[in-house]
Design a protein around this ligand. Structure first.
Ligand code: FMN
Length: 512
């Protein structure tokens, strides 16, 4: 019996470990020879724990499986007649309709087997990069159209070029794996399910800019990701893919994991650098850009996990291959993450250009509660609340910006019609008040005043006067904050006011 059970945190949180134990025990009792592999998650969370059994070389899915289901699954010979049988995994529409470039191995391979990674095309991008000049690697990434997946959407190749051209012998690659956005989990899934991909992407970045050291900054809430990354680094070093004189190339790259202490602001890149240097996570003014004066004042690449994980396939298959996916200035694919009140939550990697409607309904199946969808918050806690009338919007950085919204890290949090958008607007200000690093006044004080003003509006006190005050405060925070923490907090507030005025006891404006 050949099967796999995920060891991803999402699967573990709903009992994957108990299922794996039950399968091992049952196989032992029945004298069945068992070959069980622990994998990452396929990203279909409503089906976790998802057990996959290999029959005639094809993986067949069963889920969601509990430990109590295990004897029955053995009785049925893990056959198609069992009520939990889902058929061949790859033809489940949720998976079959995706365009997986980054998540191509996740849930399929053993995350801690270099051999398995190699057998599934791993390190092919790094092998190409080892034969290229640094500037040529930067150009390939620039030509692919890859933009930063951490939120700001800055072109990755241009950032690398800046670091390459910055003077200095000591340069760093820092991977931002703080993943603080609500409803996001793609960074974690990759680190737990395909950690060599991140190692490969970071190593290519190091070759591109001439860096010899790198750090993966992981939030403390991700203990499994921390452990998996550390072990993967050890294995990659042991097999010569990392460390001194990689594969006889004469080039070296050392990688370490650093664990954050749990602050949303530590995902902001300059704050993350402070934290990496051992200080409290406070934002630094920009300029200087981290690309020129970053970690310990040295030229530094700061990239999100997903940006770095997009790089190997770009090197392996060429910039044009990657650029062929997507629309406008949003090229390639984005691992979108469906969360909140949604029937089929999980990871959907698609080319840019897919509509919100398709993500929420075609993939997500609408709300988990079965009630109508009221809003989607796109791009984390600082992103806009979008009503159904905007669900035609394609996932595209510019199309979202035109509607005062953002794609961000690709997270979507769905709300049904029982949600109170005035309460959500208050929450945005409260979140900022709690998570602000306190360095600048608009963010530190403005957010607290924002909570108070929204409370007065919700209580019906001088609504017109307080509305004007809130608008003024939002402008001040957007224009005057040191970083996008205070700068973007007005986005969810303003979107709630604009799209759901009735929740603030205001009449809906006629469409222009
Ligand atoms: N970027 C991330 O990659 N992960 C995060 O958790 C994250 N959190 C952020 C939190 C705040 C308050 C702000 C203002 C920004 C955050 N960012 C985060 C964006 C980073 O500042 C930065 O733009 C990003 O790491 C750059 O990498 P990229 O170009 O690959 O996206």
């Amino acid at each position: 019996l050949i099967l796999s059970v995920p060891r991803d945190s999402a699967a573990l949180s709903v009992g994957a470990e108990e299922v794996a134990d039950a399968i091992a025990a049952e196989a032992g009792r029945r004298g069945v020879a068992l070959d069980m592999m622990r994998t990452g998650s396929r990203g279909m969370f409503w089906l976790e724990p998802l057990v996959e059994v290999v029959r005639d070389g094809v993986r067949h899915a069963f889920g969601p499986v509990t430990a109590a289901d295990v004897p029955g699954l053995f009785d049925a010979g893990f056959g198609d007649a069992h009520p939990l049988a889902l058929g061949p995994t790859e033809v489940i529409p949720y998976l079959a309709e995706q365009e997986r470039l980054t998540f191509v191995r996740c849930g399929i391979t053993d995350p801690l087997s270099v051999a398995d990674y190699r057998a599934h095309g791993g390190f092919a991008g790094l092998e190409k990069a080892l034969a290229l000049e640094p500037a040529a690697i930067c150009d390939e990434v620039k030509d692919s159209g890859l933009r930063g997946r951490g939120g700001a959407g800055f072109p990755t190749g241009i950032k690398w070029r800046t670091v390459l051209e910055a003077p200095g012998d000591l340069k760093f690659i820092c991977c931002n794996a703080d993943e603080g956005d609500s409803g996001t989990f793609a960074d974690r899934m990759i680190m737990e399910g395909d950690p060599f991909l991140l190692i490969e992407g970071m190593t290519i970045a190091a070759l591109a800019v001439g860096a010899a050291e790198g750090f993966v900054y992981i939030r403390s809430e991700y203990p499994h990701a921390v452990a998996t990354m550390r072990e993967a680094i050890r294995l990659a070093e042991a097999e010569g893919w990392l460390g001194a004189d990689m594969h006889g190339s004469g080039r070296s790259f050392h990688l370490e994991v650093r664990v954050g202490a749990g602050a949303y602001i530590c995902g902001e890149e300059t704050s993350m650098l402070e934290s990496l240097e051992g200080r409290r996570g406070e934002v630094r003014p920009k300029p200087p850009l981290p690309a020129l004066e970053g970690l310990f004042g040295k030229p530094t690449v700061v990239n999100n996990v997903l940006s770095l994980c997009a790089v190997p396939v770009i090197l392996e298959r060429g910039a044009a291959f990657y650029r062929d996916f997507g629309v406008g200035h949003s090229r390639g694919t984005q691992p979108f993450q469906l969360a909140g009140n949604i029937k089929r939550g999980g990871l959907v990697e698609k080319a840019f250009g897919i509509s919100l409607h398709d993500l929420v309904y075609r993939f997500g199946g609408g709300t988990a509660s079965g009630r109508p969808v009221k809003a989607v918050q796109a791009g984390g806690p600082l992103g806009a609340y979008l009503p159904e009338s905007l669900f035609h919007l394609p996932k595209d950085y510019e199309a979202f910006a035109a509607e005062e919204a953002m794609v961000g890290h690709g997270g979507l949090v769905v709300f049904d019609d029982t949600a109170d958008m005035a309460a959500q607007a208050r929450f945005a200000m409260e979140f900022c008040a709690i998570e602000s690093c306190g360095k600048c006044t608009p963010c530190r004080i403005g957010s607290t005043r924002g909570v108070e003003v929204i409370d007065r509006i919700r209580a019906g006190t001088d609504v017109d006067g307080n509305m004007a005050l809130l608008d003024d405060l939002c402008t001040l925070m957007a224009d005057g904050s040191l970083c996008a923490m205070g700068g973007l907090t007005p986005m969810p507030v303003r979107s709630a006011l604009k799209h759901f005025p009735e929740d603030f006891h205001r009449p809906r404006q006629a469409a222009p």
